[in-house]
Write a protein that binds this ligand. Sequence first.
Ligand code: HEM
Length: 266
Amino acid sequence: MKKLLVALLVFVLMGSGAAQAHQPVELLKTDTTAAKGPLLVDGTISFAIRASFTKAGEKKGFRAQLQEGDALNFQYLIMDKKPENALKMTQLPTLVVTGPGGFKTTMKLNERTKFLETFSQTMYLYLGRHSSVAKSGVYSFLLTSRGKASITLGVGDKEIPGEVLRGPAPTPTASAKASANASASPTIAGYTMAQVKANNSAKSCWAVVDDYVYDLTKWINSHPGGPGAIVSLCGTDATASFKAQHQNQAKPAVRLDSYKMGPLQK
Ligand code: HEM
């Protein structure tokens, strides 16, 4: 009963979007490659990816999108209870991560460090950790089982709500097309102001201009008017600031358009 209550509480806390520790994402049977699995839109936000396998040779994958210079952090964990904590390292799934610029690493399972997950009061064991500086692009994570086992991968460290997409990664052309078609296509829900507000730093900088959402992260250090002018817009409705500076100027308007993500959901 106590367990059920704790589980329910975790569900309520997670569901409400309140302060979150490692948002859970369960990999499905159909997530057999990284491309078929979910996409973490911002891989610096804290997620707990859970994967269960019933026998050897099963594959499950997902992707995480990162910007140039972001921290690429991921950890390999199991629950500190049977049967997982009785398995040898060689019986656990292998994890191979590939990414932009020829990045490829196989996770080394070389530690057994206890870690108490405070939400669920569950004791975990860290078996391996990776930390490096990311290149801009999508990182692919692929697990291959070597027997029955359930594991958890921790990705990212920012404790804010994050977005998880299923389906192909959005490409600039696809999102430009989507926003061009936005009025004709009511199925495109767009982005909420809460999501914009969550991307309020130079690491991930979203802003609204005239009811469209823009990802200005890559523009910060290229802006001829200085990075400060853009950083101060991160996470805000920047319509007034943009117009005050650049009303009726072609170059800023064209540049802005190249960062369009989609309409603001109202
Ligand atoms: C969404 C945001 C913005 C975009 C996409 C943007 C884009 C641009 C572009 C393309 C230029 C070069 C224009 C040219 O060569 O003709 C420029 C210049 C400039 N921007 Fe922005 N801008 C943005 C926001 C702002 C804001 C909020 C400010 C001020 C608070 C600002 C201040 C300036 C200044 C002062 C210059 C001229 C720099 C110079 O030529 O010395 N910009 N911006």
